[in-house]
Design a protein around this ligand. Structure first.
Ligand code: UD1
Length: 364
């Protein structure tokens, strides 16, 4: 057994997806680790299904913090993580991305003088309305190991003069995707059930998009103007807001947007593999479309992106949220065709291996 003992923290759906290949890499190399789930995501289809699709063992500890205000979630996780760190005495705490779980774990670890490794460091949207922007900035500045997915994110970190060591590794989301792609061969999707051959795939969940009535109404009405059938696996947060703002009836009347339950990872991958293009405000999906096995166009329903590499490679176009503008931009994009996509800016699927190599070299 190798001496290195990492302590992994996950809290939400994307963290499970992006941390899974690093956990698998530890298993392959017989590295003993501890896996803590804060329980920020707790519904079966937001958590358990992802553990199953990723072939992950159950967490060693689930704090079951659930939903709540940002401070409530962060504080509950902070206390729970500290307790486990004191028991486990790990060599390093590994966090991924920009959720409240990431900030809690980073704070708990540095107060106990345990080094923090931040996977997916150096992303910036420069949009201070986003809770994620604060979480990722604060975490980057207390981390000892910063695993930047691209040279651009490494340059941002060096420009901000972070005190930890910066490494360019690629993004682990590509590792997961390339590891999983074989598993979806022949998989029936909700598109098959709805007998849809051509469709766009839509996701929406960002607080700044769905919590504001005018913005969400503009998005729904603008999307209904597209001449495309749309499959929309909706996040529970979004369904709550669509109901609260009385927008469900507009979706039903429009008969173009097919609202379905959130899917597991493999079902979503199968939908992404077969769709004509993607519409999203998610960060991870902007990366996934650039994977060698996907290579799809994504229209980003936001005013900014912390994934400029996907824009430069031609995979992503940021179309904003103004209903007077974004439907036209999407129609124009479809008309021009999607031939300009090139390269794989987030790597080809070896980020996790590199991250573990770096840790073994520096910590043992
Ligand atoms: C969180 C992350 C976001 C990430 C997203 C992925 C923060 C600040 N945000 O946002 O960066 O992109 O996860 O999904 O950490 N809910 C359920 N079941 C669940 C989880 C949530 O029904 O398992 C509902 C609840 O009504 C809850 C709402 O969704 O209040 C929002 O959930 P929350 O975890 O607070 O934030 P996300 O929007 O998921």
């Amino acid at each position: 057994m190798i001496k290195l003992k990492p302590f992994f923290v996950v809290g939400t759906r994307p963290e499970i997806v992006k941390m899974a290949p690093i956990i698998h890499e530890c298993e392959r190399r017989q590295i003993d680790f501890f896996l803590l789930h804060t329980g920020q995501h707790y519904s079966d289809n937001m958590s358990r299904l992802f553990f199953r699709d990723m072939d992950l063992k159950d967490p060693d500890m689930n704090l079951n913090i659930g939903s709540g205000s940002h401070s409530e979630q962060t504080a509950k996780a902070l206390l729970g993580i500290e307790k486990e760190l004191l028991k486990e005495e790990p060599d390093i705490v590994l966090v991924q991305g920009d959720t409240n779980a990431v900030l809690s774990a980073a704070l708990a670890a540095i107060k106990l003088h345990i080094p923090v490794g931040h996977v997916e460091a150096g992303l910036r949207s420069y949009d201070v309305r986003m809770p994620e922007e604060h979480n990722r900035r604060l975490t980057d500045h207390v981390s000892e190991f910063l695993f930047a997915p691209t040279k651009k994110s490494a340059d941002i970190l060096n420009g901000e003069k972070v005190w930890g060591k910066v490494f360019v590794t690629g993004n682990t989301v590509i590792d997961t995707l390339e590891e999983s792609i074989q598993k979806i061969i022949g998989r029936k999707t909700v598109a098959d059930r709805l007998k849809m051959k051509e469709y766009a795939l839509l996701t929406l969940h960002r607080a700044e998009n769905v919590d504001d009535k005018t913005t969400l109404a503009g998005l729904v009405h603008g999307l209904l103007e597209l001449d495309t059938e749309i499959i929309f696996p909706a996040h529970p947060r979004t369904v709550t807001r669509l109901t609260e703002f009385d927008l469900i009836k507009d979706i039903e009347k429009g008969d173009r947007i097919h609202l379905v339950e959130p899917t597991g990872y493999l079902d979503f991958l199968a939908l992404m593999k077969s769709c004509s293009f993607v519409l999203t405000d998610s960060g991870g999906i902007q990366e996934e479309v650039t994977a060698p096995s996907i290579n799809k166009k994504v229209f980003v329903l936001r005013t900014s992106t912390e994934r400029p590499e996907a824009v430069e490679s031609g995979h992503a176009t940021v179309v904003g949220v103004n209903p007077e503008v974004f439907p036209q931009m999407i129609k124009q994009g479809i008309e021009n065709g999607f031939s300009e996509m090139k390269g794989h800016p987030y790597g080809i699927g070896d980020a996790s291996k590199r991250i573990i190599d770096i840790l073994l070299e520096h910590i043992e």
